[in-house]
Design a protein around this ligand. Sequence first.
Ligand SMILES: NC(=O)c1ccc[n+]([C@@H]2O[C@H](COP(=O)([O-])OP(=O)(O)OC[C@H]3O[C@@H](n4cnc5c(N)ncnc54)[C@H](OP(=O)(O)O)[C@@H]3O)[C@@H](O)[C@H]2O)c1
Length: 263
Amino acid sequence: MTTALITGATAGLGAAFARRLARDGHNLVLVARDERRLSDHATELHDMHGVEVSVLSADLSTDEGIAAVEERLSDRRHPVDLLVNNAGFGNKGGYLDVPVADELTMLKVHCEAVLRLTTAGVRQMRERGRGGVVNVASVAAFLPRGTYGASKAWVVQFTQGAAQDLAGSGVRLLALCPGFVRTEFHQRAGMGTGNIPNWMWLEADRVVDAALKDLARGRTLSVPDPRYKTLIGASKLVPRNLMGRVSSRSGRKYGPTRTSDDD
Ligand SMILES: NC(=O)c1ccc[n+]([C@@H]2O[C@H](COP(=O)([O-])OP(=O)(O)OC[C@H]3O[C@@H](n4cnc5c(N)ncnc54)[C@H](OP(=O)(O)O)[C@@H]3O)[C@@H](O)[C@H]2O)c1
């Protein structure tokens, strides 16, 4: 039986990965900060699918939290076959509105944690000659829009570069780039979503199905949904400064807005 470790497994995309992988018969290690929520989720998945589900409470914005997960990924007696680096969040406001400390926390969770956990997981997988890593990025990686997009661009570049270096090792790496997904993400960040049209929303379960299909096919980039594939294709043809202006205008029209109680 194989084991998958998922970060950010209490909500949204991470919870959807956990549901799908438990249904497929994988044992799970669920990582996030909210221990109570993790345990409830673990019990539910174990009861429903009969798989072993353990929980690891860790804050990936801290060195101790990252180190605890690195240690679990380095445990040769209980190897992890699939790592899903999914934990993440958004900061409300544009550049200069967000305190630098909050930007650094985002880089710690989106970049440093992803680098360190991927490295710990992949070392073990390469020794065994098999394994997979899904690093959750975003379509924002392809648009010149703030620290969030920049951190996700790093995830895409890092993942595809590592995949190339590991070609032939039996270890696959995939950067997953969804558009808007119905999760707790925007609410947690205090972003209003009323101006995002219905057609732009994706369902978490479908995003996960598409990602696992692309990983199985050996792809290194997954953009679930043809509408977002077209958007990314177009972004490559348009000069970057023009893309920045268009993306910022449509961001104001369609992107998350500050909620009315924002200052
Ligand atoms: N929703 C979207 O529209 C969208 C689009 C593109 C990409 N994404 C990306 O998808 C990933 C998942 O987001 P989501 O939409 O599923 O959001 P979500 O519903 O808010 O879930 C976020 C998860 O990350 C965990 N988390 C947050 N900060 C953490 C930390 N410091 N340490 C450990 N765990 C932490 C949360 O659990 P705890 O609070 O219990 O720690 C939660 O389980 C993120 O990387 C996000 O950037 C989302």
